[in-house]
Design a protein around this ligand. Structure first.
Ligand code: AP5
Ligand code: MG
Length: 219
């Protein structure tokens, strides 16, 4: 199964993707995680992407599409299926994704929109910490680690993303609610949209999401 998970910054894409992978045993592919890994590795892609990310802006479509299609079309990933987290984020990216998959005889099965109001998003982002080793996600208020500052899963140190500080948060949300939100119409027109109320406890959201997704995929 091939799923697109989209929602504003802080809506819980990364958090819910981890839960979906545990249930559906497919790959979690996060464009933001790939860009951050590339920056840590000191690659040219990482350096270019970082300059956009720290300003809270989108990385240009051509760079993003090439990187993501390269990943998605790897044989093991195409075979097991994937959950896309953070990609596509523009109509141009969504079209390029559909075209890239069509060349492999594949398609997106379902697009999930995690709906969370703006005021709640700002609260969540300012309390988020992620781990250095694998970018596992925590929140000082709603989802704290067992030991402060340390990842429960791999023991690595937790840190705050630079784009979760200062004016970048508002800029990212503005881009989402003016541009990325257009994906709602794009996937609705394809009859592939699942709307999920993301403004509930993490476990409540995942139980509802998994149940609705199972029902949707067995139609
Ligand atoms: P990316 O890393 O994708 O960041 P984002 O879109 O800003 O999304 P977030 O990771 O901030 O939010 P999330 O929905 O994953 O929420 P999370 O689960 O962490 O992208 C970073 C940057 O890369 C972009 O700004 C852009 O520059 C670039 N980029 C990436 N993809 C691109 C593309 N396709 N095109 C162009 N540029 C691209 O949860 C947030 C917090 O809330 C956590 O602390 C969590 O513990 C907590 N939480 C989660 N769910 C709940 C809940 N139900 N209740 C309470 N707390 C919760
Ligand atoms: Mg994320």
């Amino acid at each position: 199964m091939n799923i697109v998970l989209f929602g504003a910054q802080g809506s819980g894409k990364g958090t819910q993707a981890e839960k979906l992978v545990a249930t559906f045993h497919c790959h979690h592919i996060s464009s933001g995680d790939i860009f951050r890994d590339a920056f840590e590795d000191g690659s040219e892609l990482g350096r270019v992407a970082h300059s956009y990310i720290e300003r809270g802006e989108l990385v240009p479509d051509d760079i993003t599409v090439e990187m993501m299609l390269q990943r998605i079309t790897q044989p093991d990933i195409a075979r097991a299926g994937f959950i896309l987290d953070g990609f596509p984020r523009t109509i141009a990216q969504a079209k390029a994704l559909d075209e890239g998959l069509a060349k492999l005889g594949r398609e997106i099965d379902c697009s999930v929109y995690l709906d969370v109001p703006r005021a709640e998003l700002i609260k969540r982002l300012s309390g988020r910490y992620i781990c250095k080793a694998h970018q596992h996600v925590y929140n000082v208020r709603t989802n704290p680690p067992k030991v402060a500052g340390i990842c429960d899963i791999d023991g690595s140190e937790l840190y705050q993303r630079t784009d979760d500080q200062g004016s970048a948060i508002e800029k990212r949300l503005d881009i989402f609610f003016s541009e990325t939100i257009q994906l709602l119409d794009y996937y609705r027109a394809q009859n592939k949209l699942l709307h999920i109320d993301g403004n509930r406890d993490i476990d409540e959201v995942s139980a509802d999401l998994i149940e609705k997704l199972k029902k949707y995929l067995s139609r």
